[in-house]
Design a protein around this ligand. Sequence first.
Ligand code: NAP
Length: 258
Amino acid sequence: MDLGIRGKRALVCASSKGLGRGCAEALAEAGVDLVMNARGAEALEATAAGIRAKSGVDVVAVAGDITTEAGRAAVLAHGPFDILVTNAGGPPPGMWSDWSRDDFIKALDANMLTPIALMQAVLPGMMAQGWGRVVNITSVSVKAPVSVLGLSNSARTGLTGFVAGTARQVAGKGVTINNLLPGIHATDRAVALDQGVVKARGISMEEAFAERAATIPAGRYGTPEEFGAACAFLCSRHAGFIVGQNILLDGGATNTTF
Ligand code: NAP
């Protein structure tokens, strides 16, 4: 299917690895020029070079922490953008009693206030040109809390509330905002969480992986490629009537009717 977005320009945050990288690769395959970002310059440059070579699109790599004002200013300087994919690392796991005010502020900054600041920066230009796509990478924890991820549960729910209202305010100008909610995907983040289980329970990595895979009706972890393809579709010209949705990509793991 031709996604109809060849020649558009996208900012894909936190995209040297994992789900952000999957989104960048799928958009590049659809002919979208990219501004990519991550803190580590080496991995970012390597991923950007790979995408350039494979897709032939224009790729600008901007190293920096997207959760800081300076990091956001550095990527936004390469606008204007037709497409925005927000993403950042997830907060650490722990117990409800572990976290201080500072821990919450850090999580809110990364997973709520950063995507909001990025949307506030790009939405006026998208609305003025009458077309735009925003996809926020959030988490399954928005639909069903993950008990060890209280910081994520809190911050991402706040972002979801902002999107629910804002998406309806900008849709009339041809701009859509939607959230993709990953369940367990085979990325470094998933390996880090599995390592936490290995340490806490004294089991092997293979056992931790098999146990988690068994909780997913699809019987496996999702892949960044599948995730990226869903993101690219939401950014396509075919997705203009999908507004303010929270789309679970979790292999059926969240046991809900809606
Ligand atoms: P990942 O494999 O660890 O990749 C994270 C990417 O983001 C890397 O490119 C990393 O590069 C970059 N990054 C992290 N913090 C950044 C920052 N402050 N500024 C700029 N770039 C940053 O993680 P992932 O699995 O793709 O997860 C992406 C998001 O989805 C996270 O918020 C995660 O919590 C959420 N999620 C993931 C899963 C899953 O199963 N994978 C499930 C639910 C939710 P640098 O480290 O070099 O900056």
